[in-house]
Design a protein around this ligand. Structure first.
Ligand code: NAD
Length: 297
């Protein structure tokens, strides 16, 4: 059986079109959604990510501003600027592009963002809300995975989900979000003994480890849904995920490619979180405790 490919570009396009209409409604209501991206230093990958984000904002009708600091900027001056952005009514979402230079305390900056503008969902208040099942800002990458499952009409409730990778930005929030949808979830990580013994149990396997070919054909149950979050650059320049795509697609029922899978969804969900923040700020009704409205949008 060859798996159906879940095309992240196609779904991202649909979601953006749906949410573009919500931006138009907001504008008609007198609110222009606004995102501020804070970047410190000149990490080339960070600059590429920030460009993608601002381009996506422009395409969706969101105003964006990039607040740049040199690599030697002090923590205090960045904090002061975040305080100004918190107070600025034209800014509905604030994100700090990571990683930050070593002399800056990342946690301190993330905690300085107003929780109502924390569109990356990394502030501890939003992390805790996610665990309690009530966040208003689901972190963008796992939110994108959830959206892909929903747009593909893949059932989640009652399914066995194995998440490979336990990071704060992908694995852990992914597990919380799927538990909220009544899946039975286990998280595995680098210290997990006999990974295959776990992955073979998965109806839905979400892999976010950052290791090419970690998941091979025999590790996947026939008919499983396989979501590959990994992004790895091989020495020959190719971009691959964590899953042996060619082998696993012969066993899975659905699979995401890399590139063109989860990647395009991450930026899309940042747009969604920003638009929701603007809706909330302008007093419009927003179903912010749930993401189920996505598929119906
Ligand atoms: P991380 O390094 O913070 O965490 C990796 C996790 O995987 C850890 O919990 C670690 O224990 C686990 N792990 C590593 N090797 C393993 C192994 N051999 N077996 C089992 N578990 C293992 O990484 P992250 O930030 O969560 O990112 C993970 C991957 O996802 C990376 O390739 C990253 O580039 C990618 N990513 C993609 C997107 C996207 O938009 N598509 C977004 C974020 C991260």
């Amino acid at each position: 059986m060859a798996a159906k490919i879940i095309d992240g570009n196609v779904i991202a396009h649909k979601v953006r079109a749906d949410w573009r209409a919500k931006v138009d409604a907001l504008r008609a209501h007198g609110t222009e959604p606004g995102l501020a991206v804070v970047i410190v230093g000149d990490n080339p990958a960070s600059r590429v990510y920030v460009r993608h984000k601002t381009k996506a904002c422009a395409e969706t009708g969101i105003r964006s501003e990039v607040v740049e600091f040199p690599a030697n900027a002090s923590e205090a001056e960045v904090l002061e600027r975040i305080a100004q952005l918190n107070a600025d009514p034209k800014v509905h979402g604030i994100l700090v592009q990571l990683p930050l230079p070593a002399h800056i305390d990342t946690r301190k900056l993330l905690e300085a963002i107003d929780v109502r503008k924390d569109v990356d969902g990394f502030n501890l208040y939003n992390v805790g809300s996610l665990v309690a099942g009530e966040t208003i800002f689901p972190p963008c990458t796992p939110y994108g995975v959830l959206c892909m499952l929903e747009y593909s009409n893949i059932p989640i409730a009652g399914q066995n989900v194995i998440v490979v990778g336990a990071s704060n930005i992908v694995g852990k929030p992914m597990a919380s979000m799927l538990m909220k949808r009544d899946a039975t979830v286990a998280i595995t990580h680098i210290k997990t003994r006999d990974l295959a013994q776990w992955t073979i149990l998965a109806d839905i396997l979400v892999v976010a480890a950052g290791k090419p070919n970690l998941i091979t054909g025999p590790m996947v149950r026939t008919g499983a849904v396989v979501i590959d979050v990994g992004i790895n650059r091989l020495p020959d320049g190719r971009l691959v995920g964590d899953v042996d795509f060619e082998a696993v697609k012969e066993k899975a029922s659905y699979i995401t490619p890399v590139p063109g899978g989860v990647g395009p969804m991450t930026v899309t969900m940042l747009l969604v979180n920003t638009i929701k923040a603007a809706q909330r700020a302008s007093g419009l009704d927003v179903s912010d405790l749930d993401t189920r409205d996505l598929a119906a949008a």
